[in-house]
Design a protein around this ligand. Structure first.
Ligand code: HEM
Length: 458
C-alpha cells in the first residue's frame, strides 16, 4: 500500500493507509517551517508504523536544533548505550516506585491546588481556573519529586514551573511555523537550562554526601529518584548500589541535567497536560450526547476508558521521526534507502479503520479493540523507545496511574468546561495543544479522593 509522488510538493490527502513517498515532498502534517528533508517518507498505516517502531533498521532522530539541551538523552540514544541508560532510569518508574510518587507527591499536590481554588470561591460559590496552567502547577511537583529536587518555597516552585514551560516549548520546537519564534524558544531553553543547573547541582552534591554517609546498606528499601541514581553513579559505590545496571555516562553531571529536563519535566508535565485537556474536551462533547454517563465521573474504569480513547485520538506530536540505518523494504513493498527519513503519523495510524473498525475516528469510551492491539493505539510508540513513563501515567491496571488520578480529582471537585469561554488551540504550531482551557469548579466542597488503594510506604 505505498504511493509515489512524482508531483513536487503535492501530498496525498491525509486519510490513512499506506506510505507517501516522494521527491520534493512537503510533509502533509506540517507543510511549512519544519526542516524535514524532501525525500521524506510518510507512514500512516497502523501495521507499517508499528513495523518501523519495532525494526532495528531505524534509529531515532531529533535534528531539531535542541542539541544543547537534549544531546545524548535516552530518546536520542541508539545502539548499546540505549538499553544501558534505559535500564538505569527504569529504577525511578518501576511499578511500586511509580505508585509511590503518585501517592506521596501527585495526590498532595492535587489536593493543595484544589484547596487553594476552594479558598478563592466567589459569591456564587463557583471558582474559575485554566487547565493549561493548573495541570502544570500540579504535575511539576511530581516531576521534581521524580528528579529528587526537594523544593519547598513558593517562589522556587514558581521559577521551576517557568523553566518547565521553556523546556516544554522547546520539546515542540520542530512544529512551530515561524523561524523567529523557533529561535526565541531555543534560546529561552538554553537560558533556562543554566537556571535549572542552579537547583540541580547543589541538590546533587547533597545527595552524594548522604549516599556516602549511608553507604550501600540502605539501598534495598530506597525509593529511587533520579538524583539518587546519578549520585550513586558518581560516589564510587556504583556497583554496590546499582548491581549490574551501571551507566557510566550518568557520571557526567551536564548529561544528567539534560536527562532530568527532557525525560522527567517534559514527560511528566507537558504530555500529561496535553492528554488531560484533550480528555476533558472529548468528555464534554461525549456528555452532550450521553448525559447518563455523567454519573460515571467518579468511576475510575470509565475515566480509564476515556483516557485511552483520548490517547489514541490525540498524539502528543504530529509525527514521530526515524532514520533508516540500512536499505529496507517494508512489508507493503515500500523501499526505504539508508539515511532516508521516515515520519510515523501515529495519530493517523491510531485511527486506522483496518484495525479499529469503521468507528475508528470516533471517541468511544469502552471501545472493543482486536486481540493484541493496545487500546491507546500508538500513543506511547512501540519497540525499544516505547514511553518510559507508562507505569506512572497508566499504573499497573490503567485505573491506578497519574492520568486517572488527576481526572478523578478534578471531576470530584465539580470541574466542568467554562461554557462562556471555550478552549482555544495554540496558534502557530502544528502540535495540537490548547493555549487556554477555562474551567469552572461548581459550588460545593472539594472532597478528598477515595482511598481506592493503599497509601505510600514511608
Ligand atoms: C500521557 C503521557 C505520555 C505520552 C502520551 C507519552 C508519549 C511518548 C511517546 C510517543 C514516546 C516515544 C517517542 C519515540 O519513540 O520517538 C515516549 C517516550 C518517552 N517518554 Fe513518554 N509519554 C507520556 C508520559 C511520559 C512521562 C510521565 C514520562 C516520565 C516520567 C515520559 C518519559 C518518556 C521518555 C524518557 C521517553 C524516551 C524513552 C526511550 O527513548 O527509551 N513520558 N513517550
Amino acid at each position: 500500500m505505498s504511493q509515489r509522488h512524482g508531483e513536487a510538493g503535492i501530498p496525498r490527502p491525509g486519510t490513512g493507509g499506506g506510505a507517501i513517498v516522494g521527491a520534493n515532498h512537503v510533509p502533509s502534517f506540517a507543510p511549512v517551517g519544519t526542516d524535514l528533508p524532501e525525500d521524506l517518507v510518510e507512514l500512516r498505516d497502523y501495521q507499517l508504523v508499528l513495523e518501523v517502531f519495532r525494526s532495528q533498521s531505524f534509529k531515532t532522530e531529533l535534528r531539531d536544533g535542541t542539541d544543547a539541551v537534549r544531546r545524548d538523552t535516552v530518546l536520542r540514544l541508539n545502539g548499546p548505550e540505549h538499553p544501558r541508560r534505559r535500564r538505569s532510569l527504569n529504577r525511578v518508574v518501576q511499578h511500586q516506585n511509580a505508585r509511590w510518587f503518585v501517592d506521596a507527591f501527585l495526590v498532595p499536590a492535587l489536593e493543595s491546588e484544589l484547596r487553594k481554588l476552594d479558598g478563592m470561591r466567589g459569591e456564587a460559590g463557583e471558582v474559575s481556573a485554566d487547565l493549561t496552567s493548573l495541570i502544570p502547577d500540579i504535575t511539576i511537583r511530581l516531576a521534581l519529586a521524580m528528579i529528587g529536587l526537594d523544593v519547598s518555597g513558593d517562589s522556587d516552585v514558581r521559577e521551576l514551573t517557568d523553566l518547565a514551560q521553556a523546556f516544554r516549548e522547546m520539546a515542540g520546537v520542530r512544529w512551530i511555523v515561524d523561524p523567529a519564534t523557533k529561535a526565541a524558544v531555543l534560546s529561552r531553553a538554553v537560558e533556562s537550562k543554566e537556571r535549572f543547573e542552579q537547583y540541580f547541582l547543589p541538590a546533587l552534591s547533597s545527595r552524594r554526601e548522604s549516599l556516602a554517609r549511608e553507604g550501600p546498606e540502605s539501598s534495598p528499601s530506597r525509593h529511587w529518584d533520579f538524583l539518587t541514581l546519578v549520585a550513586a553513579h558518581s560516589d564510587g559505590l556504583a556497583h554496590e548500589l546499582l548491581g549490574k545496571h551501571v551507566d557510566p555516562s550518568l557520571e557526567d553531571s551536564d548529561m544528567a541535567i539534560r536527562e532530568a529536563m527532557t525525560s522527567y519535566i517534559i514527560g511528566a508535565v507537558d504530555t500529561t497536560t496535553l492528554v488531560i485537556t484533550w480528555c476533558v474536551d472529548e468528555l464534554s462533547r461525549w456528555f452532550e450526547s450521553n448525559p447518563a454517563d455523567t454519573d460515571r465521573l467518579s468511576d475510575p474504569q470509565f475515566l480509564y476508558e476515556a483516557v485511552v480513547e483520548t490517547l489514541r485520538l490525540h498524539p502528543t506530536n504530529p509525527a514521530t521521526i526515524r532514520i533508516a540505518v540500512e536499505d529496507t523494504d517494508l512489508s507493503d513493498g515500500t523501499q526505504i534507502r539508508m539515511g532516508q527519513t521516515v515520519a510515523l503519523l501515529t495519530g493517523v495510524a491510531s485511527r486506522d479503520e483496518a484495525v479499529f473498525g469503521p468507528t475508528a475516528e470516533k471517541f468511544l469510551p469502552g471501545r472493543e479493540v482486536p486481540h493484541g492491539i493496545l487500546p491507546y493505539g500508538l500513543a506511547f510508540g512501540s519497540g525499544v523507545h516505547m514511553c518510559y513513563g507508562l507505569p506512572l501515567v497508566l499504573g499497573s491496571t490503567g485505573t491506578d496511574g497519574s492520568l486517572v488520578e488527576i481526572l478523578a480529582a478534578l471531576y470530584r471537585a465539580g470541574m466542568r468546561p467554562d461554557p462562556g469561554h471555550p478552549p482555544e488551540l495554540m496558534a502557530g504550531t502544528y502540535k495540537q495543544q490548547f493555549a487556554t482551557f477555562p474551567v469552572i469548579f461548581a459550588p460545593g466542597s472539594m472532597r478528598r479522593r477515595h482511598q481506592t488503594h493503599s497509601g505510600p510506604e514511608h
